[in-house]
Design a protein around this ligand. Structure first.
Ligand code: PGA
Length: 251
């Protein structure tokens, strides 16, 4: 049985003071032992505050990006060892917004994945097709390419620290969610890619999340599907009530 993982992706929202309020509320609402892992992926400047505010709770902290080099002359960047030193356990890599607005490619995504894993972080590797790719019928080719190239050089042992988030780009921040069946179909396909590249056991073990307008109303349906092991939640993760409802739906 795979344990589900619900991860919030705050994107570029919330100051440290606002972040402290949100995680405080959230911790109160999901106190006890949720049946899933709960992660909040926060802006770099919120990390210290959120790590402190979540100490002793079930909420784990993630970052939303990192640089692939360990250190050096990369003005404005943050490395995996720096994140680890700040108490971060997870990092989102290859989010479609990074690919779209910051020119990230499958090659840079792969370099970041390897650097994160080498530093001991757990990776949430994002993949997903654009609307044009879905309409052209190349959803599977796109996801297969992103998974395979994103994981080049990652061993089967390291894969235990990788979560794949299937996020159709057309569903992100649009209010349009993939239907339960559409999401399930591509998550099942993604699992098949892992079986092809690694093994049936690796495919069976890997956590595959759905992301894209997941909310308090649609989470239960999506999370009831056999190949959807959690969610990467944007907008709804900024509201403690809604995020707590999604966490409960994963139980
Ligand atoms: P959304 O974002 O839930 O606001 O659609 C999801 C994501 O980008 O991870």
């Amino acid at each position: 049985m795979r344990r589900k993982v619900i991860a919030g992706n705050w994107k570029m929202n919330l100051t440290p003071a606002e972040a402290k309020v949100l995680v405080g509320d959230l911790a109160g609402k999901i106190a006890g032992n949720p049946a899933c892992d709960v992660v909040v992926c926060v802006p770099f400047v919120d990390i210290a505050t959120v790590v402190e505010a979540t100490a002793g709770t079930c909420i784990k902290v993630g970052a939303q990006n990192m640089h692939q080099a360990e250190k050096g002359a990369f003005t404005g960047e943050i490395s995996a060892p720096m994140l680890v030193a700040c108490g971060v356990e997870y990092v989102v890599i290859g989010h479609s917004e990074r690919r779209q607005y910051f020119s990230e490619t499958d090659e840079t995504v792969n370099a970041k994945v390897k650097s994160a894993l080498a530093a001991g972080l757990k990776v949430i590797l994002c993949v997903g097709e654009t609307l044009a790719e879905r309409e052209t019928g190349v959803t599977e080719e796109t996801v297969s390419r992103q998974v395979k190239l994103g994981l080049v050089g990652v061993t089967e042992a390291q894969l235990a620290n990788v979560i794949i988030a299937y996020e159709p780009v057309w569903a992100i921040g649009t209010g349009v969610t993939a239907s339960d069946e559409q999401a399930e179909e591509t998550c099942a396909f993604t699992r098949g890619v892992i079986a092809e590249v690694y093994s049936a056991a690796a495919a069976d073990a890997i956590v595959i999340q759905y992301g894209g307008s997941m909310n308090a109303a649609n989470a239960a349906g999506l999370l009831s599907m056999g190949n959807i092991d959690g969610g990467l939640v944007g907008g709804a993760s900024l509201k403690a009530d809604d995020f707590a409802t999604i966490v409960t739906a994963a139980g």
